[in-house]
Design a protein around this ligand. Structure first.
Ligand SMILES: Cc1cc2nc3c(=O)[nH]c(=O)nc-3n(C[C@H](O)[C@H](O)[C@H](O)COP(=O)(O)OP(=O)(O)OC[C@H]3O[C@@H](n4cnc5c(N)ncnc54)[C@H](O)[C@@H]3O)c2cc1C
Length: 630
């Protein structure tokens, strides 16, 4: 997501960059490509990623002494494993960044990609406004796979209508992006099924949907420009994605387009409140959810337009179908080879996750009618369906978060956002978490570069125990609630939120595995995988993110299990080996007298002991932060 940052930034037209920014880019460019030396100590640590159960004295000392040395001398984050096929695919991304560079992003010394994009949008507005309509307008679909309530699409449709020319829609299938972003095959399949639905809906409006598979992600801008030339398109619209590479690509494309007298306009749509709009009393961005949410509610209330819907496009002018015949005849490509599902899996996923915006709206309305009022009381219970299960729709954009909040608000007492019926206001505040994590990503873009939000936590020494990691992914840790959740993920490509927190805490605190391994695995599995929410959730659970709670909040899997799955209904569903275990033993069969049933059915004993793990985690976190561990 951030690979192209140097190249693309350097392509940004100098006229649109302030002198302070160009100075920063010059320095940035230099330091970015300067050889990054990995200190001898870091290399040694990397080689010695031993699987000690309790933090050894030497590991404490090495982490502690590292923490106390100068920040600017820290070229890698702790003992994080950066080899191929690990937490980052180095074929797509440059070497790890330093804590010093994180500080430069924090202070604004290095311009944030979203701010650069905003500057370019502002500085080129006049020139873009002067572009005369061509023979068609283009909407470039990304994670906004719907016709209704879509800001970018609606602007494109208005432009086309005012010039009485047709609207063309485009979606690019990018196998390299899927690879670089660890997109799950189930997610790719969901998107392709959604495109089939959209193609029909757009077809009924005489609007062609071009779905092109482009092998090399770098070739995407060139393809768009060629398409424009071929169909004499002079206006392009898209909705903004907030990951670094995407922001930088759009910034570069605005200028490339203008060079060819094409106006390219990226707009905010994926979030209800645009990142950067909310500031604390001292002019800073919020890093804590609760005050951020208060400010979000105030902002949305004061700007009611933010929740107003955008109409879906009208019909293309007659003649569009003939003029663009070749585009209408194109079909949706199959999933790329690296993301193919088996025939059986494809069928199963289609039944489990029907695609498209009609399905999304049906689900939303059913949830609002039947479950939203009980949401506040039930949402933490993973058994049954207690939440909306709309995340796949929010993250692919088959449903706008704006639509969800508006529809929920409209059925609340006096249309409150954060008051009135508890279930409704609680649900709205959950949807707002999406916005929050995208605000975090936009303001602290280094979280997109495999650095923790609290980058001072980057010196924690993690375990890289492959066996533990595999048992975690397979749901064979001997902790029933963890195993049930991990099996739900493998089977449904979805996991309940409470369980996501439990398994993430277990991975990072009990197993002390690098939380980024879990983050990556989730993206490889989840149908609703979303970089900002996933990174935010993992950071929160590993205490390296925006959670104001300190690292010593460590979930006890047994207590979580007893509290949120009291009757073991969820465990019995996903861990059938334990279905005959009675009463409270379901939460800990080997510790509560159900060892015979568990052993007979092949259910494993716990792979670690929580109390010891807790101590080890505390000690390792402390050492990583350079605190006294004696
Ligand atoms: C470790 C971890 C990883 C996560 N990874 C993802 C991810 O990749 N994609 C994703 O969409 N969500 C992620 N979440 C957030 C959350 O778990 C899911 O959004 C939620 O479980 C989806 O179920 P639902 O649609 O029934 O949610 P509901 O409870 O019905 O909530 C409504 C909507 O609000 C949003 N939402 C709810 N909780 C959160 C949250 N904590 N953070 C951000 N948005 C939220 C979702 O869009 C959701 O559809 C993660 C959470 C954790 C702890």
């Amino acid at each position: 997501m951030w690979k192209a940052c140097f190249m693309q930034t350097s392509l940004v037209s100098r006229s649109s960059i302030t002198s302070r920014q160009s100075r920063t880019i010059a320095t940035t460019t230099k330091s970015y490509y300067a050889p990054i030396t990995i200190s001898a100590m870091a290399l040694k640590r990397k080689a010695a990623t031993s699987v000690s159960f309790t933090a050894s004295k030497s590991s404490k000392t090495s982490a502690a002494s590292q923490a106390s040395s100068s920040k600017s001398e820290q070229p890698v984050n702790g003992n994080a494993r950066h080899d191929a096929n690990s937490i980052i695919d180095r074929r797509f991304y440059p070497p790890p960044m330093t804590n010093e560079r994180c500080e430069q992003y924090k202070s604004g010394e290095i311009p944030r990609p979203l701010e650069t994009l905003h500057d370019i949008i502002r500085d080129t507005k006049q020139a873009r406004d002067q572009v005369k309509p061509g023979k068609a307008v283009l909407h470039w679909y990304k994670r906004d796979l719907r016709l209704f309530d879509n800001r970018g699409l609606s602007m494109a449709a208005d432009k086309a209508k005012s010039a009485n020319i047709p609207l063309i829609c485009l979606y690019i299938v990018s196998p390299q992006d899927y690879q670089a972003h660890f997109t799950s095959p189930a997610r790719v399949d969901f998107e392709l099924r959604t495109l089939e639905v959209m193609k029909k809906d757009l077809d009924a409006l005489d609007i062609p949907l071009v779905v092109e598979s482009i092998d090399r992600r770098k070739a995407v801008p060139g393809f768009i420009l060629d398409l424009c030339e071929k169909h004499q398109i002079r206006h392009i619209y898209c909705n903004i994605e907030y990951e670094v590479d995407e922001l930088r690509r759009e910034a570069m494309l605005i200028n490339k387009c203008l060079d060819k007298d094409i106006s390219f306009t990226p707009v905010h749509d994926d979030v209800i409140v645009a990142p950067g709009s909310l500031e604390t009393g001292t002019g800073n961005q919020y890093a804590v959810y609760t005050p951020w949410f208060r400010s979000w509610v105030k902002h949305v209330t004061q700007n009611p337009d933010l929740l107003e819907p955008s109409e879906k496009p009208g019909k293309n002018p007659s003649g569009a179908r003939n003029a663009l015949k070749a585009l209408f005849e194109r079909s949706i490509p199959p999933a790329p080879a690296n993301k193919l599902l088996s025939k059986e899996e494809k069928k199963r996923m289609a039944e489990l996750w029907p695609a498209g915006e009609h399905e999304a709206n049906l689900r939303l309305n059913k949830f609002i009618k039947e479950r939203i009022e009980g949401y506040s009381d039930n949402r933490n219970i993973p058994a049954g369906t207690t939440t909306s299960v709309l995340s796949v729709h929010h993250s692919t954009g088959t449903l706008a978060a704006r639509t969800s909040v508006r529809v929920a608000r409209n059925v609340n007492t006096r249309q409150y956002l954060n008051d009135g019926k508890k279930g409704i206001s609680t649900w709205i505040s959950e949807v707002a978490w999406r916005d929050f994590y995208k605000h975090v990503l936009a303001h602290w873009p280094y979280v997109c570069m495999y650095m923790p939000f609290k980058h001072e936590y980057s010196l924690i020494e993690w375990e890289y125990n492959d066996e533990h990691f595999e048992l975690w992914t397979d749901g064979m840790t001997g902790f029933p609630i963890v195993d049930a959740a991990m099996r739900q993920l493998k089977s449904m490509k979805y996991m309940h939120n409470r369980c996501r927190m439990i398994v993430a805490s277990f991975l990072a605190k009990d197993l002390l595995l690098d939380w980024r391994l879990g983050e990556k695995y989730f993206m490889e599995q989840l149908i609703d995988g979303d970089f900002a929410s996933n990174n935010g959730g993992w950071g929160f659970s590993a205490s390296t993110g925006v959670d104001p709670q300190p690292y010593f909040r460590i979930f006890n899997p047994l207590l979580q299990s007893e509290k949120f799955d009291p009757d073991g209904e969820y465990i019995r569903k996903w861990v059938p080996e334990l279905k005959d275990v009675q009463g409270k033993a379901i939460h800990d069969p080997y510790g509560r007298g159900a060892n015979k049933i568990a052993a007979k059915s092949g259910y494993p004993k716990p792979i670690v002991e929580h109390k010891q793990c807790r101590e080890r985690a505390l000690s390792r976190y402390k050492a990583g932060l350079g605190k006294d561990t004696s």
